[in-house]
Design a binder for this molecule. Structure first.
Ligand code: ATP
Ligand code: MG
Length: 426
């Protein structure tokens, strides 16, 4: 027997029973983006490795151990994108979108990280990324939070999520804070795990982002960056909080929130849930005012976030969201005999032309009436149209109601479109 192929661990197939829910969610996200004036940008999924190293940071989990990187035939080092912000900034600079301009951009698609696969954590996963360029004030930070809150409301999960916010200040105050942190962790060196020891000198703030629960209590005692903020960042943070309060958004100021990527400054935020175990962050972002310049563009303030679609779908499992997915046919067309088969094709095309929103499946592959009715029932269709030689001779079709106790009715073929439109409210 030949060995069967299997998908790569942590990289999932999405079967038809799941794609309808994904399409519904993606549709909602697209219209949400329009509501707030964001435009879609699509970037390649492969970039130069150095782009991610320079933006996300050399001493981060992502760059140190999670990237899929290889040397291309021309010796270029290439990487499957682990996130979208770096590519979006690269594209923005490359096409002159960020030079003295304001841009509100979004993208959606697969990201790749070589993590240990588990529920809510995959090696190919999907994100919606939202980025605003050229806006300095906290109003845009707040609007992005409001936009996500609107989504939680629309899909009915607002009671299951909590907003955490923090400020990372500017690079000067972070440099001073870095010294304080190194001093604190050196005093407690015996309690550091291997990763944290390595990061102690190279990137001590990453220690605060450790997922090792044994280090939690030490991290909670560490000096807090928000007690050492520069004046302008403090003002920005105060205005952010005021606006969130005015908008009625509840939040927790979480001084341990630092995010796993190096490019952030000032505002950072995460929407968290306790319904998904350890994979509790469903949406995360913040400001990255220095990144565009760092990647060779004109200095451009920016704020953005990424949402993990798998985790949102997981939160929605079993909810009303999965009812009414518009994926089943309205009509299953049953036909028996050669004349009826010919007529069925013509009639189906006519109906599809007249009613573009009609979902119509024609029986293929033959079978007697009993077999075809079984298939009609399994398809989930509401109505069966029945065409036999008799019906063809009389110029009619029989309509059977598959989900209601109603008498079968005869309808003139020429009036079928109007009849169906009326029945299905199309
Ligand atoms: P985590 O702390 O869970 O590792 P992160 O800080 O690495 O997340 P980001 O890089 O901020 O995550 O990505 C934004 C969002 O993308 C996360 O909040 C999460 O919802 C989702 N996400 C990140 N990594 C994965 C993954 N491996 N599988 C599924 N979703 C993911
Ligand atoms: Mg991570």
């Amino acid at each position: 027997m030949k060995a069967k192929f299997q998908a790569i661990k942590g990289m999932n197939d999405f079967l038809p029973e799941h794609t309808a829910a994904w399409q519904k969610l993606e549709g909602l996200l697209r219209s949400l983006m329009k509501q707030y004036g964001y435009h879609e940008i699509r970037m390649p999924i492969v970039e130069k490795t150095s782009l991610f190293k320079r933006s996300i940071g050399e001493v981060t989990d992502i760059v140190e151990k999670e990237m899929y990187t290889w040397t291309d035939l021309n010796e270029d080092s290439l990487t499957l994108r682990p996130e979208g912000t770096a590519s979006c900034v690269r594209a923005g600079i490359e096409h002159g979108l960020l030079y003295n301009q304001q841009q509100k951009l979004w993208y959606m698609g697969p990201m790749f990280r070589r993590e240990k696969p588990q529920k809510g954590r995959y090696r190919q996963f999907h994100q919606l990324g939202v980025e605003a360029f050229g806006y300095e004030g906290p109003d845009v930070d707040v609007e992005q939070i409001l936009l996500t809150h609107r989504l939680w409301q629309a899909i009915g999960i607002e009671d299951n999520v909590v907003l955490h916010i923090n400020s990372l200040g500017d690079s000067d105050c972070r440099a001073k804070y870095r010294e304080l942190l190194i001093e604190f962790f050196k005093e407690n060196e015996d309690q550091l795990d291997e990763d944290s020891l390595r990061r102690l000198e190279s990137n001590p703030m990453r220690i605060l982002d450790s997922k090792n629960s044994a280090m939690r209590s030490l991290i909670e005692q560490a000096p807090k960056l928000n007690e050492h903020l520069d004046e302008a960042s403090q003002v920005h943070f105060e205005l952010l909080k005021q606006r969130l309060e005015a908008a009625g958004i509840r939040f927790i100021v979480n001084p341990c929130l630092v995010r796993g990527l190096d490019y952030y400054n000032r505002t950072v935020f995460e929407w968290m849930t306790d319904k998904l175990g350890a994979q509790g962050t469903i949406c995360a972002g913040g400001r990255y005012d220095g990144l565009t310049e760092q990647l060779g563009g004109q200095a451009t303030p920016a704020c953005g976030f990424a949402m993990g679609i798998e985790r949102i779908v997981a939160l929605l499992e079993g909810s009303d969201f999965f009812a009414d997915l518009d994926d089943e046919p309205h009509i299953y067309l049953i036909h028996l005999g050669e004349k009826a088969e010919l007529k069925a094709t013509v009639l189906a095309e006519k109906l599809r032309t007249q009613l573009p929103n009609l979902r119509l499946m024609v029986n293929h592959g033959g079978g007697n009436f009993k077999k075809q009715f079984k298939k009609a029932d399994r398809s989930g269709a509401l109505l069966a149209l029945i065409l036999g030689d008799d019906e063809v001779d009389k110029g009619i079709a029989n309509v059977k109601f598959l989900r209601e106790k109603r008498e079968q009715v005869e309808v003139q073929q020429s009036e079928l479109g109007d009849f169906v439109a009326n029945e299905l409210k199309l």
